[in-house]
Design a protein around this ligand. Structure first.
Ligand SMILES: [Zn+2]
Length: 96
């Protein structure tokens, strides 16, 4: 279980996505939570990108542990959400 503490706590829904993403990817979410999770993703490109980054990490490492979330990734996620929160309504750039 990731213990990442994101700085964008005011955005409760996005915060919940961040907290639930590992459970979602592990298939551990109950159906109702999973539906809410996917409903949020469908309207939030930022969380969609976050999920995609997580998936990429799992593909690369075969698993997802707190150690896999490098400080650099945290910085990128933080910057992504700050840009969004500050009103620069640009979609996130495609991955590397
Ligand atoms: Zn979101």
């Amino acid at each position: 279980m990731i213990t990442l503490k994101p700085p964008w706590r005011r955005d409760l829904a996005c915060q919940q996505v961040v907290e639930l993403v590992t459970d979602y990817l592990e298939g551990a979410l109950p159906r109702g939570a999973r539906r809410r999770f996917e409903a949020h993703l469908s309207g939030c490109p930022h969380c969609t990108e976050y999920l995609a980054q997580m998936r990429r990490t799992i593909e690369l490492t075969g698993s997802l542990t707190p150690d896999d979330l490098t400080p650099r990734m945290r910085e990128e996620f933080t910057a992504l959400y700050r840009r969004w929160r500050d009103g620069e309504d640009q979609p996130p750039p495609p991955g590397p």
